[in-house]
Design a protein around this ligand. Structure first.
Ligand code: GLC
Length: 437
């Protein structure tokens, strides 16, 4: 029997409406996810690890493109990758000693090499190198054993695969077709993400990077909503972050700032608005993400601690990067810096972990962090004994030196109070603890 026309139109219209609603359906994070966001912010401090074949070239993770290395020549590096000294337990212990609560590891960087066992490409640490060990598996097991969260960096762009459609970067690596094969590449990424979220236990976050490779092409569609839904379907509490340098998209659970604290934009990658999602700033311990043999310019303890504190005062976690050596060791200087940060964290961790930005906004002299009615005043750079705090009409019950527990004098002045210190502070961070009423 023939269906009347109006009925057919009605069915088509309903179908259209359904597709339209599902396509524009807003992401609703689960309870577990919301809890994970909070726990993530409470952690305050994480360590980033950029490790791949590029570490052998020892000039940073962009060498393949910076030097226009042919992808088939580059591929040969894999056959020589044998990080004999790699010891996940040693890494995790050194990182834990810094007070960091999570590790973010590059599972596949722009060079396209997978640092984990994947069924979807032979170009991986197990099938493509004489080392044959699944580094990610060893790292993940160790993180779970030692109780530190594991986040996974995953590059959207790829300078090696022929199916990845050419973007702004990596055009000189000899890959044949500008167009690539998006369908095949998208499927590949989703297959790998499924492996990452199935074979390595609980994953705290997927940390995307490389979206900007196509940001000059308004028609390029990364199909992020489906990819994010896949991640949340596999592990609802897994946070999705994307280092796209713009305001977060629907489906993301945290906001990333590269080499700048939120609201500052000195490196030119962080001009985006600040969202209400948990914030994270990533920065390098020397000047490069991947191992760079000529760069021994590691930041000192004071700079590292003060950056962590300033991040906390801007309501952001700090993700501090180290580039492991090709032999499998973390650079010695980096390990000693981790220990120094850990020493500081042992005393002051309470003023960072579980804290949010305090009621007094950041100033040149320092920042405040806050947990409940405890306001921690972090004095980082003050050439004076008096410090005015614009606390408005907030009543302050008491002020003590966080370390010595000795009372600190206060005087009501104007729109706040002035702390009257006994001497000009010389510590990396002099912390005064205020109790608010
Ligand atoms: C960048 C770089 C990259 C690095 C990342 C870390 O966007 O492309 O090499 O991994 O920042 O934030």
């Amino acid at each position: 029997m023939k269906m009347p026309n109006f009925k057919r139109v009605a069915i088509a219209l309903t179908a259209l409406l359904l597709t339209a609603t599902s396509a524009s359906a807003k992401y609703e994070p689960t309870e577990d996810n919301l809890q994970a966001r909070k726990e993530f912010r409470d952690m305050g401090f994480g360590v980033f690890l950029h490790w791949g074949l590029y570490s052998m070239l020892a000039t940073g993770e962009w060498t393949m493109t910076n030097k226009n290395l042919n992808y088939h020549e580059y591929e040969k590096l894999a056959k020589g990758f044998y990080p004999a000294e790699f010891d996940a337990a040693k890494w995790v212990s050194a990182i834990k000693a810094s007070g960091a609560k999570y590790i973010c590891f590059t599972t596949r960087h722009h060079e396209g090499f997978s640092m984990f066992k994947t069924k979807y490409s032979k170009y991986n640490i197990v099938d493509g190198t004489p080392f044959k060990r699944d580094i990610l598996k060893e790292l993940a097991d160790e993180c779970h054993r030692q109780g530190i969260a594991l986040h996974l960096y995953y590059s959207h762009l790829d300078w090696y695969r022929e199916d990845y459609p050419w973007g702004r970067t990596g055009r000189g690596t000899g890959r044949p077709s500008a167009k690539g094969d998006w369908k095949s590449y998208y499927q590949f990424m989703n297959n790998q993400l499924t492996e990452l979220l199935t074979n390595y236990g609980k994953i705290g976050a997927i940390w995307f990077d490389g979206w900007w490779d196509h940001n000059e092409d308004p028609n390029f569609d990364w199909q992020l909503p489906e990819q994010y839904a896949l991640i949340h379907g596999l592990q609802p509490a897994c946070l999705v972050g994307n280092n796209h340098h713009v305001t977060p998209f629907d489906g993301e659970d945290m906001q990333i700032f590269e080499r700048d604290l939120p609201g500052e934009n000195t490196a030119g990658l962080s001009g985006q608005d600040i969202s209400r999602l948990p914030l994270e700033t990533c920065e390098t311990m020397n000047g490069m993400w991947g191992y760079k043999i000529t760069d021994q310019n590691y930041k000192n303890k004071k700079t590292l601690v003060q950056y962590l504190v300033r991040a906390a005062g801007k309501n952001a976690n700090l993700l501090m990067n180290i580039g492991p050596q090709p032999d499998g060791n973390l650079p010695e200087v980096a390990v000693s810096r981790l220990a120094e940060m850990g020493e500081w964290m042992k005393t002051y961790g309470e003023t960072i972990y579980g804290c949010r930005a305090g009621i007094v906004a950041p100033h040149n002299w320092g920042v405040t962090t806050q947990k409940g009615n405890k306001l921690y005043v972090h004095i980082l750079d003050l050439k004076d004994k008096g410090l005015f705090l614009p606390t408005g009409n907030k009543k302050i019950k008491s002020a003590v030196d966080f370390v010595t527990r000795r009372p600190v004098k206060m005087a009501k002045s104007g729109d706040g109070i002035t702390l009257l210190l006994n001497e000009v502070p010389t510590e990396i961070d002099k912390v005064i603890e205020l109790e608010l009423k």
